[in-house]
Ligand binder design. Structure first.
Ligand SMILES: Cc1cc2nc3c(=O)[nH]c(=O)nc-3n(C[C@H](O)[C@H](O)[C@H](O)COP(=O)(O)OP(=O)(O)OC[C@H]3O[C@@H](n4cnc5c(N)ncnc54)[C@H](O)[C@@H]3O)c2cc1C
Length: 490
């Protein structure tokens, strides 16, 4: 979408963090916004669910850059979302993440300076390469602190090196296998194989967490509720349990949305907080050039995950203030297997270990045509077996989990059905170097009045999804109006 829209009525399809943030921003600009959500509760991946009286996270384990002068903190401020009410700063003990490899451990500390120091201490043989890597990382972080970053103005990253893949970049620098694998982890946080992850995305994710890292004080559901409340107090409306079925066009422009119930909501623009392949299903085939459609249909997805929630004895396993990644690599520094662990406070008796491991959609495709809750005994058995195996592995990391009890397991199929993401992809379309140009075109859908938000618009994660909402609101209102009317004082 190239030009701002003339009218005032906006429909947003999907109430994930992308949809809700876009709704808040456009309400602040006096648009009349209705969000439609297929699920009975709003929030998408942001919302947690309860098992054994404990809130289990889905898609918000920790976020970066929420400090006052940092990009996500500034975006929360603009939207009027109180950071302190929802999040607590991590790193009280100096560590955000502990990476445990077979032969060594590396701690991700709380700032860029400490990170540089830890890298130099662990990899003295890579000193020259580290100087260049840190120079780039600092340059990117500096740019992320400018308001122009929130406006996605021009090309803030003119250094061509940033668009190459991390693999290529590290090959040129001839880094050691150890350094390569430590640098690979942030790519995993956006679901891109490190060798193919554009340096720009890698550095943005890493810089975000090094600015400052935060965990939810309570739950993802509370976060979703705070976003919804803010949206509603600005006059926004939400329709729940009624998904969008068709985006209506008139003379090639957006005219409204038809919902599953048959209800039609006329509007001057539609923002889709859904996967681009789902967006195609909502449009008549002839609405887009077939080459554009095909490009979207051919996009590769980020991989799926299996996520397990394990209740453990609270007195034996107090909350850990950092996260753990357990990683196995080959001798060249390529990650073979990676598991994420987070041990959080639960209820009085049980604390919660959340475990996330890779699990490809293919592994589950024999149940592709089933729906959540009705996949049958074989599926349940496979799911529980994998969960038991992963829970056993967690014993190695935590030195034996007392009274461990699996509370829940979700697979790529669960996520697929919950938020409508093809192949249960965790972070939407793959933002790899190979398909960078193809995904960039999602930012400019050639239908007046239609744009994307959420993790598929610009970048995944809480930071990336909200950045996508700033971009969507800018497209709808026009850059000049958006910049003038949004209150930017920080
Ligand atoms: C297991 C996991 C762990 C993660 N951990 C982190 C983390 O620690 N930190 C971080 O920053 N990011 C994390 N992420 C990524 C982050 O959760 C996502 O990038 C972000 O929440 C995506 O938000 P969204 O608005 O794009 O999409 P979603 O949250 O998927 O929202 C889309 C919404 O659209 C609705 N919808 C779909 N189709 C329709 C339709 N036809 N009509 C109406 N509604 C529809 C869906 O029901 C859903 O509510 C994680 C993701 C996963 C899966």
């Amino acid at each position: 979408m190239k030009n701002p829209i003339a009218g005032k009525n906006i429909v947003i399809i999907g109430s994930g963090i992308g949809g809700l943030s876009a709704g808040i921003l456009l309400s602040l600009l006096n648009f009349q916004v209705t969000i439609v959500e297929k699920n009975p509760l709003p929030g998408g991946l942001m919302r947690s669910y309860r098992r054994a009286g404990i809130d289990c996270p889905v898609g918000v384990h920790y976020v970066g850059a929420l400090g006052e002068d940092e990009p996500l903190g500034k975006m929360f401020h603009v939207m009027g979302i109180p950071v302190d009410k929802l999040f607590a700063r991590m790193g009280q003990e100096g560590i955000i993440d502990r990476y445990i490899f077979d032969k060594f451990t590396f701690d991700l500390p709380t700032s860029i300076d400490f990170y540089e120091k830890n890298l130099h201490n662990s990899f003295p043989q890579d000193a020259a390469a580290l100087d260049l890597i840190m120079k780039n990382l600092r340059e990117i972080s500096k740019r992320m602190l400018k308001t122009s970053f929130l406006l996605n103005q021009g090309d803030p990253f003119q250094n061509i090196d940033y668009y190459q893949s991390l693999g290529e970049f590290l090959d040129k620098l001839k880094v050691s296998a150890g350094l390569r694998v430590v640098l690979s982890i942030p790519a995993q946080l956006i679901g891109v194989p490190p060798a193919d992850c554009p340096v720009i995305f890698h550095h943005m994710v890493l810089a975000g967490y090094l600015f400052s890292s935060w965990r939810l004080k309570e739950s993802g559901s509370k976060m979703a509720d705070v976003f919804v409340k803010r949206f509603q107090e600005l006059g926004g409306k939400i329709v729940l349990s009624d998904g969008a079925e068709k985006i209506l066009l008139k003379s090639g422009k957006v005219a409204g949305t038809k919902l599953k119930s048959g209800l039609e909501l006329p509007s001057d623009a539609v923002i889709a907080d859904v996967h681009p392949k789902v967006l195609l299903e909502l449009l008549e085939a002839e609405a887009l050039r077939s080459s554009y459609r095909q490009r979207i249909l051919n996009l590769e997805e980020t991989e799926g995950v299996i996520s397990i929630q394990v209740g453990v004895d609270a007195s034996a396993h107090p909350e850990m203030t950092h996260n753990i990644y357990r990683l196995s690599t080959d001798e060249k520094g390529k990650i073979q297997d990676g598991i994420f662990y987070q041990l959080r406070r639960g209820n009085n008796n049980l604390n919660l270990v959340s475990i996330i491991a890779k699990s490809s959609y293919k592994e589950w495709n024999q149940w592709e045509n089933t729906v959540s809750g009705q996949r049958g005994k074989d599926y349940e058995e496979k799911k529980q077996n994998l969960a038991r195996g992963l829970s056993q592995k967690a014993n190695e990391v935590f030195g034996g989990l007392k009274n461990a009890r699996i509370l829940d397991v979700f697979t790529p199929l669960t996520l697929r059905d919950y938020v409508n993401c093809p192949e249960g992809s965790c972070y939407g379309v793959l933002r790899s170097s190979r398909q960078l140009l193809k995904v960039a075109s999602l930012n400019n859908i050639p239908i007046p009045g239609l744009c994307l938000t959420g993790q598929n618009a610009l970048a995944p994660g809480v930071l990336g999804s909200i950045l996508g909402s700033f971009n969507a609101a800018k497209q709808i209102a026009g850059t000049e109006r958006f910049t003038r009317e949004i209150k930017w004082e920080f």
